[in-house]
Design a protein around this ligand. Structure first.
Ligand code: XMP
Ligand code: MG
Length: 179
């Protein structure tokens, strides 16, 4: 295991089991709807690619990059579009795929944005929900798992752009970001 990881929260096998369950729910709810799956870069890359393969049904995929964190572990409070979608969401059933809901600011912003752009429906699928940290109310329709208020990395999630490639989700040793 990587030396900077204090403990593993979810192993690859546990992540796969969560994804299998979520994919089943999504496949059932979106049958014949050809949803537009919106992957929120970069944290949700691993989750999205595994999820859409598990869904194994019609869907389109697009990517959006928004900033709320920078290199720190604290949210700045403002959401900025770094890269917008290539696809129009007008009339589409949009499924936002996110790695983790923290304060809720990012998803609250994106929900409003896609509704303003006349999406037919907008739903949220998040791998993790850090409910304790919520500042803005946001409802995630598909939640993989609720996590405690600890900084997690791996499986797409980073600290200062590192650890995204870890195949598991772990808690970072506080010494890594304290000094
Ligand atoms: P908000 O606060 O808008 O933030 O809900 C969601 C984004 O914050 C990032 N985030 C984390 N990233 N480990 C990470 O690597 C964490 O524990 C963590 N908590 C929040 C993440 O990018 C998410 O998209
Ligand atoms: Mg993110």
């Amino acid at each position: 295991m990587n030396d900077d990881i204090l403990k593993v929260l979810y192993s690859t096998a546990e992540i796969n089991a969560i994804i299998k369950r979520l994919a089943g729910e999504i496949k059932r709810d979106y049958a014949r709807k050809n949803p537009l799956v919106v992957c929120i870069l970069k944290g949700a890359i691993m989750f999205t690619t595994d999820l859409v393969r598990a869904i194994d049904d019609y869907c389109e995929i697009d990517f959006m990059d928004v900033s709320s964190y920078g290199d720190a572990t604290e949210s700045s409070g403002e959401v900025k579009i770094i890269k917008d979608l290539d696809t129009s969401v007008k009339g589409r059933d949009v499924l936002i795929v996110e790695d983790i809901v923290d304060t809720g600011r990012t998803l609250s912003y994106l929900m409003k944005l896609f509704k303003t752009r006349d999406a037919n429906s907008v739903k949220i699928c998040t791998l993790m929900d850090k409910t304790e940290r919520r500042v803005v109310e946001v409802h995630a329709d598909y939640v993989g798992t609720t996590v405690p208020n600890e900084f997690v990395v791996g499986y797409g999630l980073d600290y200062a752009e590192r650890y995204r490639n870890l195949p598991y989700i772990g808690v970072l040793r506080p010494t890594v970001y304290e000094n």
